[in-house]
Design a protein around this ligand. Structure first.
Ligand SMILES: Cc1ncc(COP(=O)(O)O)c(C=O)c1O
Length: 390
């Protein structure tokens, strides 16, 4: 498995590389693109082969059989996550933000408040607002361990009764927090006390560093099944996000019926590439590739986080999952614009900007570590040069 080769992704329809000029004023040449969440690695051979088979067949008609696809998903969820998923509980949406928004349309009303735990993946708030629902930010706190924690006592005190749903990010983006079973049970208890639906976005659930374990929300709180919607996808795990194929998995019969009608009405069906690659990825070959990937990403994280922590006033959040590191520049005393100038203009690195992730994002940058080791080392070196006067 080769994660070390630097692959030129320019002029290959890549948002991450082809949008640098427009977003950061940087040409791709000489830039390290560390913003949007896809990796610069090739997918596993089993996935590439599945795409190639379709392409070489050359006829791209409607897909008719979903048994192998559904079986592969059930196998993966059971073997990787100890979670029982049946074929009729799986709805394939056009990615997970599409899935989340369909859930909001199906189970909440315009004007309802939707809780998110910030800082969090910025598209949650964009999509919730675009659906005519109101974003309610519940700020995470940074504990003595340097990681994000939920603060239910504070959230309880602020509840208004207008909240109808929670969108959870598990594991958490940014910062790579793996929520424990106990934390998830506390969350489900909180939701039950306030009669809230929980949409659990577990898109990063396979990207778990060795020594940590992801717990699906339904496994942590099975007694709350009637208020839980699960979402998962192969997109981050196998670097196939461009397929826009994600799963909304609903195990409560009443909610399943409502959602099934909505999907049928909108005639949402997955692409042949998305389903074929999912089926090929959720196999022992895919699992073997993933094991190697996680060792590699953990190595990248060790180097990058140590490099950032070595800069006076800069603090890296310790990661348990994902490839999205969360770096706090507040201790440098520099303005966000000064930090931006040094990182973007001087070091020629394109990160995600913290404030977009909501409350708690001030003074932070998010760096995507899903790239060859040599580029991670180069990023650390450039950032040390850019902040050499600290
Ligand atoms: C937590 C989370 N949810 C959803 C997405 C986007 O998923 P999709 O492309 O399937 O809509 C991302 C992408 O970074 C993410 O981090």
């Amino acid at each position: 498995m080769d994660f070390d080769t630097v692959i030129d992704r320019t002029n290959a329809h890549s948002a991450k590389w082809d949008n640098l000029q427009g977003l950061y004023g940087l040409s791709a040449e000489g830039t390290l693109s560390m913003w949007v969440a896809d990796m610069d690695f090739r997918s596993p051979e089993c996935v590439i082969r599945a795409g190639r088979r379709l392409t070489e067949h050359g006829v791209f008609g409607y897909r008719g059989d979903y048994d192998g696809y559904n079986d592969a998903i059930s196998w993966w969820m059971k073997t990787r996550h100890g979670w029982d998923v049946k074929a009729d509980e799986i709805f394939t949406t056009c990615g997970l933000i599409n899935g989340m928004n369909l859930c909001l349309w199906a189970f909440t009303q315009p004007g309802d408040e939707v809780i998110i735990f910030t800082p969090v993946y910025h598209v949650f708030s964009i999509a919730i607002s675009a659906a005519g629902r109101k974003v309610r930010e519940c700020a995470l706190v940074v504990g003595k361990d340097g990681r994000h924690h939920m603060d239910f006592a504070a959230y309880e005190a602020d509840m208004t009764g207008r909240e109808k749903a929670i969108v959870l990010c598990s594991p958490h983006n940014p910062g790579g927090r793996v929520w424990t079973a106990e934390e998830l049970r506390d969350l489900a208890g909180f939701a039950a006390r306030h009669n809230l639906l929980i949409i659990s976005d577990e898109i990063h659930h396979d990207l778990i560093f060795p020594g940590n374990r992801h717990v699906p929300l339904v496994n942590a709180a099975p007694e709350h099944l009637e208020r839980i919607i699960m979402m998962a996808a192969p997109s981050k795990t196998f670097n196939v996000a461009g397929n826009h194929a994600g799963m909304v998995i609903i195990q409560d019969p009443a909610m399943k019926k409502v959602f099934s009608d909505l999907m049928a009405g909108l005639h949402i069906a997955p692409t042949i590439y998305g389903t074929a690659m999912t089926e090929a990825a959720y196999t022992p070959q895919g699992a073997e590739w993933l094991e190697s990937l996680m060792v590699y990403l953990a190595g990248n994280a060790r180097i990058f986080l140590a490099g950032m922590d070595a800069l006076p006033g800069v603090a890296a959040m310790p990661m348990q999952a994902t490839y999205l590191s969360w770096i706090d520049f507040n201790g440098t005393g520099m303005s966000p614009d000064e930090v931006r100038k040094r990182v973007v203009d001087q070091a020629r690195i394109a990160p995600g900007y913290g404030p977009a992730f909501g409350t708690g994002g001030e003074g932070h940058l998010r760096f995507n570590l899903g790239m060859p080791r040599v580029q991670i080392q180069e990023a650390v070196s450039r950032l040390h040069d850019a902040f050499a006067d600290l």
